[in-house]
Design a protein. Structure first.
Length: 160
């Protein structure tokens, strides 16, 4: 009696559902990601404070000012340079920042937002003198700009 040999095929796994799940997970994590960090600037080292806490509610109308020092390719602060306000690739000193703040103010006025409801979030480097941060706040409060609400960012200091 002859036994016929049957060709045994290796079962193939359909990867389409797996790829769909991976893309859905990527999309999910992109949506829930905290995009507040996109406005953070790596040139700024926030001060540490025990009282620093994240905001309880998300601020609806706000914009961030990054106030710090230039760094070199190694990540070290460039000596003898003044602190700058960073707007992406652009930078401005305190004397040069008024036009940019006036543009922000005009933007909120144009879209019908009351300037009293706009929060200016200041991320100042730990080495920036407090007097310069106060001067920045005073510039924001000038008659041509008129911002009134401010929040200062810091990193929470955790005791060992």
């Amino acid at each position: 009696m002859k036994i016929k040999s049957t060709f045994v095929s290796i079962p193939e796994v359909d990867m389409t559902p797996m790829i769909d799940i991976v893309f859905q997970l990527i999309t999910f994590f992109m949506v829930i990601n905290n995009f507040d960090q996109n406005e953070a600037d790596e040139r700024i080292t926030l001060p540490r404070d025990q009282l620093a806490m994240p905001p309880i509610a998300v601020r609806k109308d706000s914009f961030m000012l990054n106030f710090g020092y230039e760094i070199d390719a190694r990540g070290s602060r460039i000596p003898n340079t003044p602190p700058y306000l960073f707007f992406g690739d652009e930078k401005a000193t305190l004397d040069q920042v008024r036009p940019r703040l006036q543009q922000e103010s005009q933007f909120y006025k144009t879209i019908g937002t009351n300037l009293e409801d706009v929060t200016v979030e200041i991320r100042a480097d730990a080495d920036v003198p407090a007097g310069m941060v106060q001067e920045l706040i005073q510039i924001c409060q000038e008659d041509t700009i008129q911002f009134q609400r401010f929040a200062l960012k810091a990193t929470q200091k955790v005791e060992p």
